[in-house]
Design a binder for this molecule. Structure first.
Ligand code: 13P
Length: 252
């Protein structure tokens, strides 16, 4: 049984004061419960990761938004932060291959694969992001694009313990546009199928596939009830506790 994962990607947002307040509000919400029927993850900017992870964080995992491509823990890689360092800060997850990095930083599937491996080798769970552009969807290429991204960026020793997939259609990120339930179901089933081809069906069944792109309290219940949708990767709405927790609350 795959537990749902409610994950916030804060992107390049928050200074110390508002970031610590937001994280504390998430921790406070979680601590109001003895147990939660889902997992919670927040991915603050690296500037705040260490400070946030050093606070008591009941039932909340902390993740980074990226990891170095360098194949080493330490060395002459100015500006990079290795998986070892991210783990040392107290994180247990690392997002890799977000579409903003694939687009703006020109990260290819091969780069995302190496980053995912670096994360996994240090015991971090890699949250590997995939998704088609609007043009690709309109040309009927959505399924072939995500299949290629799975083949190219998911390490072959991935399991549910070290890998999460996030399907984020690029055109749905930050736009308020959301694919139909039928389209989400179709892509998530195709991702599961492609994972089974790559890893075998037993392992593929253990891997959580999140949906991301304009998730809000008002659409979360419907999106998260689609077969093979095992949680959400939330951008804008993760920056307001009422919205982030409003999404989580649809899963009680
Ligand atoms: P929005 O929720 O703001 O659309 O962002 C989604 C996203 O990119 C999460 O990684």
């Amino acid at each position: 049984m795959r537990r749902k994962l409610i994950a916030g990607n804060w992107k390049m947002n928050c200074l110390k004061e508002d970031g610590l307040a937001l994280a504390s509000a998430v921790f406070q919400k979680c601590s109001e419960y003895k147990t939660l029927p889902f997992d919670v993850l927040i991915c603050p900017p690296l500037s705040l990761l260490g400070q946030i992870a050093s606070l008591p964080h009941p039932m909340t995992a902390i993740g980074s938004q990226d990891v170095s491509l360098a194949p080493k823990d330490f060395g002459a890689f100015t500006g990079d932060v290795s998986a070892e360092m991210i783990k040392d800060l107290g994180a247990s997850y690392a997002i890799v291959g977000h579409s903003e990095r694939r687009t703006m930083r020109h990260e290819t599937d091969a780069v995302v694969l190496e980053k995912a491996k670096n994360a996994q080798q240090k015991g971090l769970t890699a949250v590997i992001c995939i998704g088609e552009t609007e043009q690709e969807r309109e040309s009927g290429l959505a399924l072939s694009v995500v299949s290629k991204q799975i083949k190219g960026s998911v390490p072959t020793d991935s399991t549910g313990d070290n890998c999460v997939i996030a399907y984020e259609p690029v055109w749905a990120i930050g736009t308020g546009k959301v694919p139909s339930v039928a389209d989400v179901a179709e892509v998530h089933a195709a991702i599961r199928h492609e994972l089974a081809n790559l890893l075998g069906s037993e392992k593929a069944e253990t891997i959580r596939i999140l949906y991301g792109g304009s998730v809000k309290p008002s659409n979360a219940k419907e999106l998260l009830s689609v077969p093979n949708v095992d949680g959400a990767l939330i951008g804008g709405a993760s920056l307001k506790i009422a919205d982030f927790w409003g999404i989580a609350e649809t899963q009680f």
